[in-house]
Write a protein that binds this ligand. Structure first.
Ligand code: XMP
Ligand code: MG
Length: 178
């Protein structure tokens, strides 16, 4: 894989499409085993999780539902701190087995704010499936139940993640060049 330019910044290859696919399949298999007979409701968080949610759900072989919400807290390369619900939830999660599907836990602020709101609606269970986790950056604690990759505290793009709107369509993940 080649380094790439997104807007004004250079990015170097970090996780290949094959590496991501293999890991997403493993996570899907774990979920299939854990949720057999439970008909879970997956909730993908737009925009960043669209590709992960799509690929993950292709390998979910048990009965399941998927819905999406849109939360936003990022501006450029820094979290703005404010988590805004741009598109809300259109399903009743009471007594449902809910699995949140998120692209990345960075500071943890987004899910730290959002998960209690879901808890208030009394789901039967509430778990998280996360593509990337930056442990060194996480200051708001979030329980991650299914994590694909722990990564260093560097900005990444691709596979759903963007830098100012660009890069989401890349099938692999790239890290900001030093
Ligand atoms: P927090 O800090 O709330 O961040 O855990 C979660 C949201 O911030 C975005 N984010 C990133 N987007 N490259 C990106 O393209 C990154 O390295 C990055 N870190 C955080 C992302 O949308 C995530 O849902
Ligand atoms: Mg996001």
């Amino acid at each position: 894989m080649q380094e790439i330019k997104v807007h004004d910044k250079l990015f170097v290859p970090w996780l290949t499409e094959q590496t991501i696919t293999d890991r997403v399949k493993d996570i899907a298999a774990d979920i299939n085993n854990a949720y057999a007979g439970k008909k879970p409701l997956f909730i993908g968080i737009l925009n960043g999780a669209f590709m992960f949610a799509s690929d993950l759900l292709k390998h979910i072989t048990i009965e399941a539902e998927i819905s999406f919400i849109k939360l936003a807290s990022y501006k450029g390369m820094k979290s703005s701190g404010q988590v805004v619900t741009a598109i809300g939830l259109d399903v009743d999660i009471t007594d449902r087995h809910v699995i949140i599907v998120e692209d990345i836990i960075d500071t943890g602020k987004t899910l730290h704010q959002f998960l209690p709101q879901l808890h208030n609606q009394r789901p039967a269970s509430l778990k998280t499936a996360v593509l990337l986790h930056k442990p060194e950056a996480t200051i708001h604690p979030v329980d991650i139940d299914y994590c694909c990759f722990s990564i260093p505290n560097k900005f990444v793009v691709g596979y759903g993640l963007d830098y100012n709107g660009l890069g989401r369509n890349l099938p692999a993940i790239y890290q900001l060049k030093d």
